[in-house]
Structures are given as C-alpha cells and as structure tokens.
Write a protein that binds this ligand. Structure first.
Ligand SMILES: [Zn+2]
Length: 185
C-alpha cells in the first residue's frame, strides 16, 4: 500500500489577547466515561457556547481560540471543505454568547458563523505507542505523546488497517487531513 501523508490539524493552545478573538467554553456539560475517566464526546451540548475574552487586532479569524482547544472553525472554511466533498467530518453550531467578563460591553455587530469540527472517522496510531490496552467501556486509547512542545522525531504514524480513507480522521480527538487537501486549509 502507498504511504499516504496526512497533516495534523493543530489548534492554538495559547494565544495573545492582542492577536485574535478568543474566549471560554461556558456550557461544558460533558460526562466522563466510568471506565477511563475521559470525557465522552457524545455528551457534549448540541450548541457550543463561547463567551469572549478578547478580540485582538485581527478579530475573528479562521479559528476561534478557546479555553478547551476545541476545533472551532469559521463557516466559509467548512463550506469550502464540504463543497470539495471532503469526508470524515461533521459539524456542530457554535454560539458567541457575550463577554466572559464585562457583561455590559456590546458584542461586535458582525460576527462570522463558526462550527465545532467533529471527526467521524477514527484511527489507531502506531507512533506514538499506546499506553496500556483500550478502555473496555468506551474503547479510548491513551497514546504515549511527549510533553507539549516536544517533537516526535518521525511524526505520528497511523495504522493503515484502521483508516477508512476518510479525508479527516481523529484519534485522540485531533483531526488529521489528507495532503491532497492542504491547499484548502
Ligand atoms: Zn472509557
């Protein structure tokens, strides 16, 4: 089988308030799996509510930084992916509900629509290696990722047998995308 290169879609873990709009996820009502204590993605609310902390100089860009590093993507980018029939993704609406602090401050007049990206196709990884066996209840696998800021020398390697060839796929709630589509990112 050919080696296929995929890119990891990385979210911004920290951002300067001077650069982009960002805020807090304020309606996190998720429950945890009783087997492994990891959040159950299916227990997320139907609409993700974000209360803004800052707008920054550039305001609303392609991604909204948020307290939980959710992949929150602007509508025009999602439209572009859907028009090109990229597979393996689903979306959920995001609502910018106000300011996290300073409740009397008005929201900007025009805020683009945003969606939370969900990867419907899941894969197993070969590198890094799993830590222990999958959770018996939910199947969650913890991988031996190095500390944030440390690079994996050979990148992430996916077990091809677990990949259904979807353009987007996730493992640990992270999306990766086929290199054919990087011009759309
Ligand atoms: Zn579990």
């Amino acid at each position: 089988m050919d080696r296929t290169s995929l890119y990891k879609l990385d979210m911004t873990y920290a951002t300067s308030h001077r650069l982009y709009a960002g805020g807090q996820w304020v309606n996190d009502s998720r429950s945890k799996c009783s087997g492994c204590d990891v959040f159950d993605e299916s227990s997320e609310p139907k609409v993700i509510q974000i209360a803004l902390n800052h707008l920054g100089r550039r305001g609303f860009v392609e991604q909204v930084w948020n307290s939980h590093s959710l992949p929150i993507i602007r509508e025009d980018l999602i439209d572009l992916w859907q028009q090109n029939h990229l597979t393996g993704l689903d979306t959920k609406p995001v609502s910018i509900v106000g300011w996290f602090e300073g409740h009397r401050r008005l929201l900007p007049r025009s805020i683009p629509n945003y969606f939370r990206l969900i990867t419907t196709s899941k894969v197993r990884l070969i590198t890094p290696k799993p830590r222990g066996s999958p959770c018996r209840r939910c199947g969650f696998v913890e991988y031996d990722f190095p500390k944030t800021g440390t690079h994996l020398r050979n990148g992430i390697q996916i077990d091809q047998a677990s990949w259904d060839e979807a353009d987007f796929c996730g493992g640990m709630c992270q999306g990766v995308v086929d290199t054919r589509w990087t011009s759309l990112l």
